[in-house]
Write a protein that binds this ligand. Structure first.
Ligand code: SGN
Ligand code: CA
Length: 544
């Protein structure tokens, strides 16, 4: 009996203690929840994803319901641009919040100065858990990242290798877009800790050249026909030298096997003169497929080859351009369709886990891309399709659903924006500005009237000449230099497709003069100069 009483007493004491402890914990929790909870950041970036291929911007080519969710439930930027339309420089600008001439990564070749402060380092220091999954494209040991799995260089679509946190290289069988998503969701699950927010960079390789879709998407999209852009047959009259000498025309420069997936045997059978690297490039990427993937790809490849053999020789140049455009756009969009499905998986996980409300989701690309406009693929130019980049930001806790902004923002602004939104001090030497006023609906606090652009990778692949310029909402003024000295001016309201260089039009001379002086002001404000241009040219030629 005594033992029973003792046990009841002990239970009562235990219950009281448990109550006190629980009470305490509850009080502490109350204090924690009273403090503003720092947001998680999910930074989604695809590689070469044109805004023309996101239905939130334009539903002519494809429906992207999952990416559109981010725009519909948040803020869609209609005038977001990059400071230099090429992969690694853009990524370096995103990470540092600085123009290329300051962080030094002016092209895909120059090494990244790893002494630069990147924004993930600042998040990590502030107690965030940080990670990167997918394509980074420079330096495979990023600072400030707790855990990563990064594609070496451009990486492969099929059964890719990844460099992981401890420096090892691992191989994962499957399709890159699916794998990068699996790795990301696994990390989110393992790091779902209310006490410690996360910054996750979820970086797709797709839809980068050479466009290898997942097998089911390859089959589905190869049967579809897409509308051609108005300027597919552009002959570059009324433009400068740079447009005519660039090597990114679909008819002339796109490879039949590597890019359009015509089996090399079919090209050889018709005795077509093609780029000598074409069949090798194709075989290199297709040889990455395993047997079960090849079983799925082969019938589609065979039917493309059959169609090619039956028609190519009797086609004129115009028909060949149209045919190559369809092959290109089918595969490009098929790659995007997988990105969209996978973005949906991640958004669903945020919903299921209760993380969605206080997670800032940003969707962007490292730059835009030509989907046949001006007859082109690739990017690099300051013309709209590659200068602009998709940008949408969702944060249910703070951003109203369904807002649109046509303010001039750039990838330069991403780092200061995210730091500011998370309450982390923005370093004074970052050149971008926090876009948070636009996020919170205080547009009157955003007074930027123009943006600066500078492209360097010339001489180089696709032969796009060096240029810098200024863009406002109404006009664009570009100076091409190095082996030419040419100016171009476009009235974006009168000529939205940038078909008519109006630099010599006297009606615009006053406007051009004003823009030239604004451009000079921007160069001074951002600390760019002819001396820097010359130094970059010299170091490119190995003169230092
Ligand atoms: C590769 C591509 C180019 C592309 C660059 C840069 N050629 O070199 O078409 O412009 O990447 O792209 S390929 O033959 O290798 O496909 S970037 O997005 O990395 O800047
Ligand atoms: Ca890119």
């Amino acid at each position: 009996m005594d033992a029973i009483i003792k046990s009841i007493e002990l239970t009562a004491i235990a219950l009281t203690l448990a109550f006190i402890i629980q009470g305490c914990t509850r009080n502490q929790q109350d204090e924690i929840s009273d403090a503003p909870q720092r947001p998680n950041i999910l930074f989604i970036m695809s590689d070469d994803h044109a805004y023309q291929a996101i239905s939130a911007y334009d539903s002519t080519l494809i429906s992207t319901p999952n990416i559109d969710r981010i725009a519909n439930e948040g803020l869609l930027f209609l005038n977001a641009s990059v400071t230099n339309s090429i992969c690694a420089p853009s990524r370096a600008t995103i990470l540092t919040g600085k123009h290329c001439h300051i962080h030094g990564k002016i092209d895909n070749i120059t090494p990244f100065d790893t002494n630069q402060i990147t924004f993930p380092q600042l998040f990590q220091k502030a107690g965030y858990k940080t990670s990167i999954f997918g394509k980074l494209h420079f330096g495979n040991n990023p600072k400030g990242i707790d855990e990563f799995a990064i594609l070496p260089g451009q990486g492969d679509y099929l059964n890719p290798d990844f460099i992981i946190t401890n420096g090892d290289t691992i191989n994962i069988q499957g399709y890159a877009t699916d794998i990068i998503t699996d790795l990301s969701i696994d990390w989110l699950k393992a790091n779902n800790d209310p006490e410690s927010p996360f910054l996750m960079m979820y970086f797709h390789k797709a839809p980068h050249r050479a466009w290898w879709p997942a097998p089911d998407k390859f089959k589905e999209f190869s049967k579809r026909t897409f509308p051609e852009p108005a300027s597919l047959f552009d002959d570059y009259t009324n433009r400068g030298t740079a447009s005519r000498t660039a090597e990114m025309n679909i008819l002339e420069h796109m490879m039949l096997s590597y890019d359009c997936k015509v089996l090399p045997e079919a090209v050889a059978e018709l005795e077509i003169k093609t780029d000598p690297r074409d069949s090798n490039f194709f075989n290199l990427s297709y040889s990455k497929a395993n047997n079960s993937q090849k079983t799925a790809y082969q019938p589609v490849l065979d039917s493309i080859a059959d169609e090619f053999k039956a028609n190519w020789l009797s086609m004129n140049d115009e028909q060949r351009m149209s045919w190559k455009y369809q092959r290109y756009i089918q595969d490009y969009l098929a790659c995007i369709s997988s990105v969209d499905d996978n973005v949906g998986r991640v958004l669903d996980y945020l919903d299921e886990s209760g993380l969605a409300e206080n997670t800032i989701v940003i969707y962007t690309s490292d730059q835009g891309f030509y989907l046949g406009e001006h007859g082109w693929f690739d990017k690099r130019f300051m013309y709209n399709e590659s200068f602009k980049t998709p940008l949408m930001i969702r944060w249910p806790k703070k951003i109203k659903a369904g807002i649109r902004s046509d303010e001039l923002v750039q990838n330069l602004d991403f780092a200061p924006t995210l730091l500011d939104a998370a309450g982390i001090e923005v370093p004074a030497d970052m050149q971008g500005e926090s876009m948070t006023p636009l996020l919170y609906g205080h547009d009157e606090k955003w007074d930027r009237k123009s943006v600066y652009y500078h492209y360097y990778e010339y001489p180089g692949e696709h032969a796009v000449k060096r240029h810098y310029g200024i863009a406002t909402k109404e006009y664009k003024l570009i100076h091409f230099y190095y082996d030419i000295d040419e100016w171009e001016f476009y009235d974006l309201h009168e000529d939205p497709n940038e078909m008519n260089n109006a630099y010599e039009d006297p009606a615009y001379s006053a406007t051009i003069l004003k823009l030239k002086s604004e451009l000079q002001e921007l160069r001074v404000r951002y600390d760019d100069s002819p001396e820097r241009d010359l130094n970059f040219i010299r170091s490119n030629k190995g003169e230092d």
